[in-house]
Design a protein around this ligand. Structure first.
Ligand code: PLP
Length: 431
């Protein structure tokens, strides 16, 4: 049994000065019960907490650490950049090289602007799409997360054609009115929204593989169907590849599925662990961004030299070592096969969705294809399972509605350790 008295004490202390004790809500473990662990270091597949406990890592900082923690290639690039100043606020060679690298990797990007988070990337992309089209509304999908920009914190209510209502206090109904929502994988619902708002929709934004309602796979024809609707109606198609970019393939989900969006948003892996995001797309659209064009967007620390050094090292490594993706595929397939065998043996109702090195277990016997079906999962069982895994030194995302991210630091031996822990944790959770 892992004890964590120092983490518990820090969490208690944190709540006096930090809202909820954490700097991002899901870290607080509220969905699964228990207290979060406070980390001090991480290397390869392991993280170490304040109490000296070791965990095998399957969140990897929510995606960025695709090579495991503190990979030498990224660490050395950061160390080399530090003596030259932490920030210039003026252009650098690194930014040019980074832009060229991104353009060479991501099929849908001809020009790119660096920002500091995925949230900034999506907010800016929608603004540019609106500026480019001269239209106000956009469509998002239920259960897709695009950061915490006001216009993304919207749920649809019951019907696909209802106007958005804010999910969070502080988001005005005025803002929400321009966000239309449809169920994931439902092209008919999208077509209905488009028909009902003819000539008013600037953009359709989606996670091309959804990772924020647990993992949900785009059904055959869904992405191409959206591409066709956008082409016909002059709508900007935005793939939010903050999670999937550089993870599912070096060119992201758009490379994997062969559907090219007009704009792409990036985050996570692009910074190698530093706070970085980016948005890019067709030159014709990106030329609307200031100072080339009229749509304003800026950032004091955008293109930060340390962050660019980390990101360039990470992306160059992924570009030059395509075998990374074959290895991740093999590891993830091994883990999923092991879990499936475990759950069949234990008679657990389950659905596992996986694409490459991202997957989710849902405790339901229904196929999970959208947010409604994701919600059929037994979240109470997930909470017990999560804590039983943590006790066995396996660190998972503390919510049903997240994906696991595999890193190249997960060896076959660690995958098998995970499978064994999965069996024991399920047994314990079912008691
Ligand atoms: N878009 C997607 C698909 C995400 O998964 C996230 C974060 O998890 C974001 C946007 C927001 O990124 P950030 O947390 O860097 O603001």
């Amino acid at each position: 049994m892992i004890q964590a008295p120092v983490s518990n004490e820090l969490f208690e202390r944190a709540q006096h000065t930090i809202p909820g004790g954490v700097n991002s809500p899901v870290r607080a473990f509220r969905a699964v019960g228990g207290n979060p662990r406070f980390m001090v270091s991480a290397k390869g597949p392991y993280m170490f907490d304040e109490d000296g406990n070791q965990y095998v890592e399957f969140i990897n900082s929510w995606g960025p650490m695709i090579l495991g923690h503190a990979p030498a290639v990224v660490q050395e690039a950061v160390m080399a950049a530090v003596p030259n100043s932490l920030s210039f606020g003026a252009p650098t060679r690194k930014e040019v090289e980074m832009a060229e690298l991104i353009v060479s990797m991501v099929p849908g990007i001809e020009k790119v602007r660096m920002v500091n988070s995925g949230t900034e990337a999506t907010m800016s992309a929608v603004r540019v799409a609106r500026g480019y089209t001269g239209r106000s509304k956009f469509i998002k999908f239920e259960g897709c997360y695009h950061g915490h920009g006001d216009s993304f914190l919207i749920s649809a209510g019951s019907g696909a054609i209802t106007l958005g209502v804010p999910d969070s206090p502080g988001v005005t109904t005025g803002v929400a009115a321009d966000t239309l929502t449809a169920p994931y994988n439902d092209l008919n619902a999208v077509q209905t929204l488009v028909d009902a708002n003819k000539g008013e929709i600037a953009a359709i934004i989606l996670e091309p593989v959804a990772g924020n309602m647990g993992l949900v796979v785009p059904e055959q024809g869904f992405l191409q169907g959206l591409r066709d609707i956008c082409d016909k109606e002059g709508i900007v198609l935005i793939f939010d590849e903050v999670m999937t970019g550089f993870r599912l393939a070096s060119g992201g989900a758009q490379q994997l599925y062969g559907v090219t969006p007009d704009m792409t948003t990036l985050g996570k892996i692009i910074g190698g662990g530093m706070p970085v995001g980016a948005y890019g797309g067709k030159a014709e659209i990106m030329n609307y961004v200031a100072p080339a064009g009229p749509v304003y967007q800026a950032g004091t620390l955008s293109g930060n030299p340390i962050a660019m050094s980390a990101g360039m090292a990470m992306l160059s490594h992924l570009k030059n070592n395509p075998e990374v993706y074959a290895q991740l595929e093999q590891t993830a397939a091994r883990m999923v096969a092991g879990m499936e065998a475990n759950m069949q043996k234990l008679g657990v109702k389950f659905t596992i969705n996986r694409v490459g090195s991202m997957f989710s277990i849902f405790f339901t016997d229904k196929p999970v294809t959208d947010f409604e079906s994701a919600k059929t999962s037994d979240t109470a069982l997930f909470g017990k399972y999560f804590n039983a895994m943590l006790k066995r030194g396996i660190y998972l995302a503390p919510s049903q509605y997240e994906a696991l991210f595999i890193s190249t630091a997960i060896t076959d031996e660690l995958a098998d350790q995970y499978i064994q822990a999965n069996f024991e944790a399920l047994q314990e959770a079912l008691e």
